[in-house]
Design a binder for this molecule. Sequence first.
Ligand SMILES: Cc1ncc(C[n+]2csc(CCOP(=O)(O)OP(=O)(O)O)c2C)c(N)n1
Length: 276
Amino acid sequence: MPLTERRIGALRETCRSFRIDVLKAIYGVQSGHPGGSLSVCEILTLLYQALMNIDVAKPDDPDRDRLVLCKGHAAPMLYRNLIEKGFLPKDSMSTLRHIDSQLQGHPSNHTPGVEMPSGPLGIGLSAAQGMALGLRLNGSPARVYAVLGDGELNEGAVWEAAMSAQKYRLANLTAVVDYNRVQLDGTTDEIMPIGDIEGKWRAFGWNVIRVDGHDLAALDAAFATAKDCTEGPSVLIADTVKSKGVSFMEGKAAWHGKPLSADDLAKAIAELGGEN
Ligand SMILES: Cc1ncc(C[n+]2csc(CCOP(=O)(O)OP(=O)(O)O)c2C)c(N)n1
């Protein structure tokens, strides 16, 4: 069943407030990655708040769905989602990147709700496909989601995992590429062009679904199509905008890993309709 318009509207509001909370946390510690956290907002929020079968009361449920945030630098948006699901204390965003905090700069498996540590790009899809294979061998109905960046596709290990997931026809695995076309210090086209991104995944035997990565209803439909594909793994190529939601930051590599100044934060919050 697709999500109702009402539910989509509520999730849109959730995304708006998550963007503000993430920017405030990065501002507070003067460190972190705003660009890729904002671009992946709808993808993570839809999965965590609506689609994935996870329950804080049963964190070790063998049949829980798993998500690997392969682009681990977008951790602030992951943490904001885990807080909402009750895995982390409500007020913990302000501890982002503090020593001994559960909210480290990149996901750690010491953090409740995190299934796989990440940060080094390129390793997440291998871990996710291993999880998917193990779950299938155990007869579990659980699904595994792997969220990658398009810059991350520069890593050869991604394509080894892509080959392997197709060999084992892992229909319980959905990868999502947050295709914002910008990486750390330039565009993906400048640094290492991906070319025909859909054709590449198709050549590796994947079911490819193209989607607007900020349109929650379209993403919901795309995840449903992926679930219905029983032949093998699916990948959503999700067109997104780096730093989505804050016009003066959008599409700019400069905001990949730069904290906001007090003025920037005030402007961003005003644009997102929040209170300073
Ligand atoms: C193996 C590895 N090399 C380099 C880095 C440094 N690094 C962190 S983020 C990033 C750019 C990632 O770009 P992309 O995957 O497109 O992420 P997004 O734009 O979605 O934030 C780089 C090169 C890293 N984390 N791991």
